[in-house]
Design a protein around this ligand. Structure first.
Ligand SMILES: NC(=O)C1=CN([C@@H]2O[C@H](COP(=O)(O)OP(=O)(O)OC[C@H]3O[C@@H](n4cnc5c(N)ncnc54)[C@H](O)[C@@H]3O)[C@@H](O)[C@H]2O)C=CC1
Ligand SMILES: O=C(O)[C@@H]1CCC=N1
Length: 264
């Protein structure tokens, strides 16, 4: 598969890095007006770094538009005339719905909204995928690509906004929880680098336990909370201070914001 990425900022360059790490293409075209993030890849076999969006789109079977919502319409307009009915057009732009893309490039094009996260750079993205009517039979091809870069789930388009909050913004939410844990560990006497290792490895262990056992978090919590012990003391103090409530309110605030972006 020949893949082009238009926009190689934070997410586009993360996708490029993941694709290169997995060698998930026959040719890769990376186009941006500022290619600084990906210039180093230009020396790789089968990778072309360019400022020419049109050339990149024309050369690819799958084109991933990784542009901010405020820029994507203009770029789509500039390449619309050369997009073919066989190409797979992917947008990762948050809040930009399929009808808005169809209005620019046509309903007769294969359009797939994909919502990965920056862990795609290390092949660990949770990626949600929603196709338009025309692209129903291309979803498998998109999953083939994104399953090599983590895990994917096909969902209805109306859930993509929610998936953006949970999976894409979610990376930032989990990072903040890790940072808070690190701050606590330093206060208890660990050096910063030790605190970081303790926090990240414990976070990794907790996620791995749930993934491998398929259990509900509360079942694993029950195995940790010794009666009258320190864990339940800590958990209850966190809940009295609104831990679960703060997370849920943050998720809902993020969702309300993305629905505003959608309307702009
Ligand atoms: N950063 C993240 O973790 C995630 C971002 N997204 C979505 O992905 C999209 C991109 O986000 P980021 O990578 O964070 O933004 P960014 O601002 O880092 O990257 C956008 C890139 O587009 C380039 N660009 C702008 N106009 C262009 C043009 N005319 N031709 C070629 N390139 C052009 C910019 O130079 C920039 O490198 C956004 O729509 C965002 O909502 C979705 C999921 C996660
Ligand atoms: O913050 C944002 O709007 C984008 C979408 C999800 C991650 N970054």
């Amino acid at each position: 598969m020949k893949i082009a990425i238009i926009g190689t900022g934070n997410l586009g360059s993360s996708i490029a890095k993941g694709l290169i790490k997995n060698n998930t293409f026959t040719a890769l075209f990376l186009s941006d007006k500022n290619t600084a993030n990906v210039d180093a890849y230009n020396s790789l076999v089968n990778v072309t770094v360019t400022n020419d969006n049109l050339a990149a789109v024309q050369a690819a079977d799958m084109v991933i538009f990784a542009l901010q919502p405020k820029h994507i319409d203009k770029v789509l307009e500039s390449v619309a005339s050369i997009i073919t009915e066989d190409q797979i057009i992917i947008s990762v732009a948050a809040g930009v719905e399929i009808p808005r893309i169809e209005a620019i490039i046509g309903k007769d094009k294969n359009i797939i909204r994909v919502m990965p996260n920056t862990a795609i750079s290390i092949g660990k993205s949770m990626t949600c995928i929603a196709p338009n009517e025309k692209a129903q039979d291309k979803v498998g091809l998109a999953q083939d690509v994104f399953n090599q870069l983590g895990t994917s789930l096909v969902i209805p388009e109306e859930l993509i906004q929610a998936a953006t909050v949970i999976c894409a913004s979610g990376i930032a939410f989990w990072m903040r929880l890790v940072r808070a844990t690190t701050q606590g560990a330093i206060q208890l006497g660990f050096e910063a680098h030790e605190a970081h290792e303790l926090a990240t490895q414990t976070c990794f262990g907790a996620a791995s336990l749930l993934i491998e056992s398929g259990k509900h978090p509360e079942q694993e919590i029950d195995r940790v909370t010794t009666p009258s012990g320190c864990t339940i003391e800590g958990l209850n103090a966190m809940e009295h201070n609104g831990l679960s409530s703060a997370l849920i309110q943050g998720i809902v605030a993020s969702f309300e914001k993305i629905n505003q972006i959608k309307k702009n």
